[in-house]
Design a protein around this ligand. Structure first.
Ligand SMILES: Nc1ncnc2c1ncn2[C@@H]1O[C@H](COP(=O)(O)OP(=O)(O)OP(=O)(O)O)[C@@H](O)[C@H]1O
Ligand SMILES: [Mg+2]
Length: 256
């Protein structure tokens, strides 16, 4: 898998109402990469994700996967959003099975993959529960299982833990790191949480608003075996502070 985002610009509105929301955004992802886009609200992160997902088209520039321009949504890209996006009338297992059924897989394959992926996210015991009976963290794990079960080449995560409280959020970050380590998935994480980006991604692109653009890219090479320790380790805190300073410098005056 090779995702290439090249010189992407996006504006909304026409004529004097036109607003440039993305300005010359470029980056790429290879199989097995875990990269992150970080930026304040309005810096265009979700817009980038929607364009990669094929839910909207760039105004100029190109997004391609394996050399083919992205023209619309496809099951090669799986998505997880901040808001719990499970179907409330389906059980956890039925939610996971849903996308695979659309793909036309056999009943047996759907059944097997459903229990496999519920197990991967630690929810084998909750297969028959309804979303309303699950905590926020569990619902997001079902959403991740649903996305993975459809075998996407690329997992797009837009603030997947944004609505979770801090403890659950931390355990979900560890969970996602383990999942990446064990399955070798390819992921693009969108977050406004610098710590989250640094904990999970090998490369972090920092975006600034008005117009949304990438202003800094950092490679992150940290020992993640003990995440609880990493969160409070000196190199981690220094890197976080360094990037936090550049993010603060990017806010419009008046907000500071
Ligand atoms: N369909 C649309 N029509 C007009 N403007 C839009 C549209 N979608 C996004 N925008 C504008 O584009 C800018 C970037 O929005 P976007 O949602 O991509 O930011 P974001 O970085 O994801 O922010 P947040 O952290 O709040 O989710 C905002 O100013 C937003 O108002
Ligand atoms: Mg957003």
């Amino acid at each position: 898998m090779h995702l290439q985002v090249s010189n992407v610009c996006k504006s909304f509105g026409r004529g004097s109402n036109a607003k440039l929301v993305l300005d010359q955004v470029s980056f790429s992802l290879e199989s097995g990469d875990f990269k992150a886009l970080v930026g304040s609200s309005g810096s265009g992160k979700s817009t980038v994700m929607r364009l990669i997902a094929g839910l909207d088209q760039p105004s100029s520039g190109v997004i391609s996967m394996d050399g083919q321009p992205v023209r619309g949504p496809g099951s090669d890209r799986g998505m997880v959003f901040q808001k719990y996006s499970l179907y409330p009338w389906l059980t956890a297992a039925e939610n996971v099975a849903f996308g695979m059924q659309l793909q036309g897989r056999s009943k047996q394959e759907v059944r097997e993959r459903t229990s496999y992926f519920l197990d991967v996210v630690g929810l084998a015991d909750s297969a028959r529960r309804m979303p309303r009976e699950l905590s926020g963290g569990m619902q997001q794990r079902v959403a991740i299982a649903r996305a993975l079960a459809a075998e996407p080449k690329l997992l797009l995560l837009d603030e997947p833990f944004g609505a979770l409280d801090i403890q659950i959020r931390e355990s979900m970050q560890e969970f996602l790191h383990e999942l990446w380590r064990q399955t070798g998935l390819t992921a693009l994480l969108i977050t406004h949480d610098l710590e989250e980006a640094l904990l999970l991604a090998s490369e972090v692109h920092i975006m600034a608003p008005s117009p949304g653009r990438i202003v800094r890219t950092v490679k992150v090479d940290l020992d993640r075996r003990d995440m609880a320790h990493l969160r409070v380790s000196q190199p981690f805190l220094e890197l976080r502070e360094d990037l936090a300073r550049s993010l603060r410098g990017l806010e419009p005056a008046g907000v500071r």
